[in-house]
Design a protein around this ligand. Sequence first.
Ligand code: UDX
Length: 440
Amino acid sequence: MRIAMIGAGYVGLVSGACFADFGHGVVCIDTDPAKIAALEAGRMPIYEPGLEALVAENVRQGRLAFRTELREAVAEADAVFIAVGTPSRRGDGFADLSFVHAAARAIAGALTGFTVVVTKSTVPVGTGDEVERIIREANPQADVAVASNPEFLREGAAIADFKRPDRIVVGAEDPRAVAVLNEIYRPLYLNQAPILVTGRRTAELTKYAANAFLATKITFINEIADLCEQVGADVQQVARGIGLDNRIGRKFLHAGPGYGGSCFPKDTLALVKTAQDYATPMRIVETVVAVNESRKRAMARKVIAACGGAVRGKTIALLGLTFKPNTDDMRDAPSLAIVAGLQDAGARVQAYDPEGMEQARPLLGDVAYASDPYACAEGADALVLVTEWDAFRALDFTRLRERMAQPVLVDLRNVYRPQDIQARGFRYVSVGRPDLESAG
Ligand code: UDX
């Protein structure tokens, strides 16, 4: 199959490279010439494990190319995927579809022969209808079917997720579109990934429902963690105790500083907005959004409490800044609210992140960046683990403690065993686990 991928961002680039790896001919198109030039030179605009090698190999095999002009690639394509950004619109939180609409208009004039236009970006219910209307208005002769094929990959595990998905959702009314998408995903039959064929609006809503449900699961366990701290229970064990029930499931029950990233915050807000527009408010999701927002700020208060109630003039060292490990993505990272909260309370903040410091710089004012975890701990009154990078799992805590002004470790990801850290002379505070000192 010949595929044109509009948008060489996270989803577009990963999907394009993986489709090429399946053996399809893929052209990734992006209007940003600097991005295309970098990709042609083999430089990735994002950090994603394994992506650079996958792109290089498929470019070498002649199956993957990058362009700023879409005309030729769209004319030759069996399927054109729209994978442009859908950021939250300022003010109302609704997804900003201007890039999707612009892509639809640009595609319309270039279509030749039967072509399936597929929205892969996460788009609100009804966007497929709008894309179809734009294309038909701009090019009434076009032989086109518009389908929805939401992407469920996670950053940091994007390639593995794309190649071994739990399911593929295809929303299309036209059987010719279903046939083309079946052919594109045929290599995944080997992995026995079920393809769910639904109506277009159903596919669009499925994506939002999945992300809102996962965000709810995380928020639920975070609130249970708060309660655990008050009643002297252990959230890790509660999570295991409920997660072994298949109806609940074990994943996404890890308590922490609140969810962040490019999807959950934006998609939960967009779903809330859609539900309100259709006069069917989703009060659960509205609450999840509010609880998660306040949680991020509450994490700064947790650190302040661990420092004895005040941090004015103190130095707080943050390990990890990105919203999760194995990415350089800082979008809606809890660290943004934590740093702001600590600085507002008068603390000096120093930080180390294996990949995220460059992206963090423009977002965080007045943070001192360190070259490694030990330099980060220098002179600190507390060390706060914000992101659970593997590199932080086996730190030398004696070496860390020697550098710090006060031996306080706040672990917002429950990475360590309390006994191990306390045995090294730290005061250790984690999330939703009983404090050993007070528990006796
Ligand atoms: C998510 C969805 O998983 C994916 O299906 C969707 O397509 C895009 O959004 P991603 O944002 O890359 O993917 O990250 P994910 O691994 O899901 O983590 C999201 C956030 O939730 C992170 O901030 C993470 O730290 C947090 N999280 C996740 C928890 O706090 N606890 C958990 O148990 C799981």
